[in-house]
Design a protein around this ligand. Sequence first.
Ligand SMILES: [Zn+2]
Length: 116
Amino acid sequence: MDEKDHLGEKIRLKERAEEDQYFARRDQELLAKLKQAQAAEQERTIRELARSRCPQCGERLSQRSIHGQTIQECLSCQGIWLDKSKLELVSRPKSEEWLEHFLEGLVRLVGHPKGG
Ligand SMILES: [Zn+2]
């Protein structure tokens, strides 16, 4: 191998190494993107699965109307889910009468689940 061929071979090897680095970097970036997309997709699926389910036991929540207020309840663990606005309504002093009716409704629901 003369000196010219030796130099040409060195250049080819250097180019090959740079190409390998480029593809390795590109593959890493694509894999990172894929992982991000998978994580986002998993998050969407988990949210979809958790929607309208009891945060305590995971059962489907049922909707029920008490004195014009819609609440969500869990028939499995007897948990009740309220909107913040309804909670604020309940905690206001002026809503004592409403609260009384609301609680009476709840007591009827919990105390007599067969509707008796
Ligand atoms: Zn539950």
